[in-house]
Design a protein around this ligand. Structure first.
Ligand code: HEM
Length: 195
């Protein structure tokens, strides 16, 4: 009887310990891994197996949108907004990148304030290649409480138009788990303004 009690306590301890580790060390709510925008060349979206895949992609009832100018001037920065509306989620997140018509990741992202973060190659947990420095932006820990995010993107000096912004978003129930959350994808095109 004593051995049985001991093993039950041991199992319970491990479960709590494992749960704590998973949620503390790999807290993707503080910003997901790179290459999850749904763009060509990425590794899919947040809807990956074992992640936020309780429901099929884009099956939620919220609206997920990108608001960006339709034209850019080479080398100039512009503001972009990613937003959820009509969402019943308690926490939200997103990830974005930009590809030109040849599939090259182009331009550089810059955060405004602390609700977003540009994924850094030095952040090993998020697995971004050095070559893609400043090419991916996502919600930060603070940003998970927001439903919309505004940040900057500086267009490249040279690119094959149109450039397409790709974003994946997660409408989460806010229970600190990856289930029962809806994942959305959306895109927006931009081209160089004619001289
Ligand atoms: C762009 C893609 C993703 C976005 C925007 C995203 C966003 C989020 C958000 C908003 C939460 C909070 C959920 C809540 O409190 O209910 C969360 C939690 C979580 N996500 Fe994701 N996620 C993404 C990709 C992934 C992937 C690929 C995995 C699996 C490898 C993952 C695993 C988790 C886990 C385990 C949690 C619960 C623990 C925590 O709070 O971090 N996520 N994520």
């Amino acid at each position: 009887m004593r051995i049985l009690k001991k093993s039950i306590v041991c199992v319970m301890f491990n479960a709590v310990f494992y749960g704590l580790i998973t949620n503390t060390v790999l807290a993707w709510s503080s910003g997901p891994p790179a290459y999850l925008t749904g763009a060509a060349g990425d590794n899919g979206t947040c809807n990956a197996d074992g992640c936020h895949n309780s429901y099929s992609l884009n099956s939620g009832s919220a609206s997920f949108s990108i608001t960006a100018p339709t034209a850019y001037t080479a080398g100039k920065a512009l503001k972009i907004k990613v937003a959820f509306s009509n969402s019943s989620g308690k926490r939200h997140g997103f990830e974005m990148t930009a590809l030109d018509a040849d599939g090259n990741r182009v331009g550089t992202f810059k955060k405004i304030g602390n609700t977003t973060q540009v994924i850094s190659p030095s952040d090993s947990a998020r697995g971004l290649d050095k070559a893609d420095k400043d090419k991916y932006i996502e919600q930060s820990t603070k940003g998970v409480k927001k439903k919309s995010w505004v940040f900057k993107w500086t267009s490249p000096s040279k690119a094959t138009d149109p450039i397409t912004f790709y974003a994946a978003g997660c409408e989460a129930e806010g229970k600190g788990m990856a289930d029962n959350d809806y994942v959305y994808t959306t895109t927006a095109d931009i081209s160089a303004s004619s001289p």
